[in-house]
Design a protein around this ligand. Structure first.
Ligand code: B12
Ligand code: SF4
Length: 641
């Protein structure tokens, strides 16, 4: 079994003064009986306030294997400790699916594990704000159980003070944890493997906060996670949730999936993104053979049929990626893969695209973010509008791959005119989907360096005020109720070009953009389109929004195009039922969906005509921004960059 991290036993290095750390560790050793047992905890990933059991039963919630913790487990393999990985999210989703378990009772699962395993050290990881509340609860439980508590992952990395001051953690480990946890255990666990001193371990002694020192820590990722899968029932994850709509596509919903990583880090430093700050600059590659070995194990011994890449910049090492994809093709596995996290399209040449297609890719996203050239430069996005267009032009050679373009609305100081450039561009390049999200304030992103107060509030409220990249996800019914947004529906197109909309207003802009671009103007619901692709995506996405009537209605239209009138009638009836309620009545009337519902088409020509009529209805509202005919025929849109 390979060790996952290639660092460490380097005897010669400058002396770093870690005396306070050593004393603190010695004190802890004295207070806490040394134990060979270490528990690593992944916290629940569902937002409990918006929990909907129907979504859980449809496997609409996230169920990611605990990859980060598996890397830690693997990095500690040589220490001979008994390490257990407890994925509370998996355990919770499993109980909810099998026993009708109340999700609020998740702490009982942790308490039972603490009682049964009696760990001496407990590590808790948290990657995003929605997990702050559960993270705090998990830390409190571990602490009250008498364990030495270590916080880690993205939130802890930025919030170490808020975790140490109330004595929730004994240590907080910043950034990637492989080397740091080993350095900590060298000091603490009584058995040293001479790991190199690293900075980034925070603790609090009688004198106050302190941090270890050492040379900058660069984790070289190598090896595989095969051994760590002994305690992760990866073949069961698909039964209780999903990775994203791709893992729910068609028959994949009933097949085991896994997450996998080729590299860490990203070449770019987009101002709204935390990756470069958190992961460090540059892209560190894991040897292709190690990745293939891990995949082989997962496919042949654990029955995995679908992979999701966790990489931030999967295609950076182009030649290695090609070797990897060729390796997958040569092995002839019956597998699929997706890259929901977004690829950098500038790295996709024709050969790469062919390999992506031939190696089993069912879909990926590309990061576009804005259709405004100035904004792209301002946020340091790697990509230009002409390059995105060139990429879109290549896609005819991979017609079965579902390609979404990521767009952010409400980037820092973004004016409505700039948002409209994104709208135009999304319409113009006609990918399968415009993946629209609203900009969210995240730790570690340079654009939000001055948002300390907001982050402080998140910590104090246990993440209660956290927004969502997709505004309707805040509500279990998928509705958007923003009383503060004074301009609603199509009136958003009356916003002045130079106005920077408020965040509540941005949610309304998101709603209008999403409905128009992805439903009324989707290329796959037009003549020559691929309704099967549209249906597959919307059906899988809909598992997270089971009662959304515009999804039902557009699916009904898709089924008419496919000639499946029974299914179309069934979905139309569902749409009518859900749209009868006040909130949706207004939305349907605003976007002319009520007319489609009432005068429902029965053949393909009827579908094209009905959507065309709806577009004509909204076109006058868009007239100040684009030639109304372009809604009908996007090729009329002249590049405006
Ligand atoms: C996969 C992923 C997800 C998965 C979850 C994965 C999981 N296992 O939990 C899903 C899809 C659920 C997800 C969702 C979201 N995500 Co996300 N996600 C990622 C992504 C792409 C990769 C994470 C990963 O698996 N990395 C691989 C492993 C090896 O690394 P790791 O988990 O970080 O673990 C290492 C360290 O963190 C540390 N560590 C981790 N845990 C612990 C514990 C201890 C005790 C110690 C010592 C160390 C330690 O050591 C590990 C090994 O080095 C990251 C990007 C990134 N580069 O981090 C974004 C990222 C974490 N996500 C982000 C965001 C914003 C979100 C969302 C809020 C987005 C949204 N659409 O709303 C949601 C929130 C979900 C929710 N419940 O509300 C942001 C967070 C930014 C921030 N500052 O808060 C990131 C950084 C992406 C970005 N572009 O900025 N995400
Ligand atoms: S948004 Fe994407 S391209 Fe930009 S820094 Fe983050 S991971 Fe890299």
């Amino acid at each position: 079994m390979d060790q996952i991290v290639n660092q460490s036993q380097v005897p010669l290095e400058p002396a770093f003064d870690n005396a306070r750390f050593e004393t603190y560790c010695a004190g802890l050793r004295h207070e806490h009986a040394l134990s060979e047992r270490l528990l690593l905890v992944q916290i629940p990933q569902i937002v409990l306030d918006a929990f909907n059991p129907q979504i859980a039963r449809q496997r609409g919630y996230y169920n990611f294997p605990p990859t980060g913790l598996q890397y830690l487990d693997q990095a500690m393999a040589h220490r001979g400790l008994e390490v257990r990985v407890l994925d509370l999210n998996f355990e919770l989703m499993k109980r909810i699916s099998e026993e009708d378990f109340d999700p609020e009772r998740w702490p009982e699962i942790l308490a039972a594990e603490l009682e049964a395993f009696q760990p001496g050290v407990v590590g808790v990881g948290c990657l995003f704000d929605a997990g702050i509340g559960p993270m705090l609860t998990a830390l409190e439980l571990a602490r009250s159980h008498g364990a030495v508590v270590v916080g880690g992952g993205l939130v802890a990395s930025y919030e170490w003070q808020n975790l140490l001051a109330p004595e929730l953690c004994h240590f907080v480990i910043e950034g990637e944890g492989e080397n740091r946890i080993n350095f900590l255990l060298d000091q603490f666990a009584g058995q040293s493997f001479d790991h190199r001193a690293t900075p980034g371990i925070h603790f609090r002694d009688d004198e106050g906060h302190a941090e270890t020192c050492g040379q900058p820590d660069i984790v070289e990722v190598a090896g595989d996670l095969i051994e760590s899968y002994r305690q992760v029932p990866v073949e069961e994850y698909y039964k209780y949730g999903s990775l994203n709509p791709f893992s729910r596509t068609g028959e994949l919903i009933d097949q085991p999936f896994a997450a996998i990583q080729l590299s860490r880090g990203c070449r770019a430093q987009c101002t709204f993104c935390a990756v470069s700050d958190f992961m460090g600059r540059g892209v560190r590659l894991r040897p292709v053979d190690d990745v293939l070995a891990e995949m082989q194990f997962l496919v042949e011994e654990r029955g995995v049929r679908h992979f999701e890449w966790l990489d931030d910049d999967l295609l950076f090492h182009r030649q290695d990626v090609k070797r990897l994809l060729r390796g997958i093709v040569e092995r002839g596995w019956d597998i699929h893969w997706a890259a929901n996290n977004g690829l950098i399209s500038a790295s996709i040449d024709q050969e790469t695209l062919d390999l992506i297609r031939d190696s089993g890719c069912i879909g990926f996203k590309i990061g576009i973010e804005s259709g405004n050239a100035e904004m792209l430069k301002k946020v340091h996005k790697p990509g230009t509008l002409p390059k995105f267009r060139r990429f879109a032009g290549m896609l005819h050679s991979a017609p079965n791959i579902f390609v979404g373009g990521n767009f952010i609305v409400g980037l820092p100081d973004e004016s409505f005119g700039q948002m409209m450039d994104s709208f135009r561009f999304a319409l113009e390049i006609e990918l399968d989907w415009a993946v629209l999200t609203v900009c969210q304030t995240v730790r570690g992103a340079s654009a939000f360096a001055d948002q300390g107060e907001y982050f402080e509030h998140q910590m104090k409220s246990g993440g209660a005020g956290v927004g969502n990249f997709v505004p309707v996800r805040k509500s279990a019914a998928g509705e958007l109720h923003d009383e503060k947004a004074r301009i609603r529906g199509l009136d958003v197109f009356r916003l002045p070009a130079d106005q920077v909309p408020t965040s509540d207003q941005v949610n309304e802009v998101w709603f209008a953009f999403n409905l128009i671009l992805n439903y009324l103007c989707n290329k796959n619901l037009r003549p020559g389109g691929r309704p099967d692709k549209f249906i597959s995506w919307v059906e899988t996405a809909q598992r997270a929004y089971p009662t959304n009537p515009y999804m039902n209605l557009s699916l009904a239209l898709g089924y008419v195009l496919l000639g499946n009138s029974d299914k179309a009638v069934e979905l139309q009836a569902m749409a009518a039922r859900h749209a009868a309620e006040g909130y949706w009545q207004e939305r349907f009337a605003t976007f002319a969906l009520d007319r489609i519902l009432e005068d429902f088409p029965t053949d393909a020509e009827g579908v094209f005509a009905a959507l065309s009529k709806a577009r004509s209805f909204i076109a006058p509202h868009l007239a100040p921004w684009l030639d109304p005919a372009a809604l009908e025929n996007p090729t009329l849109l002249a590049p405006n960059d």
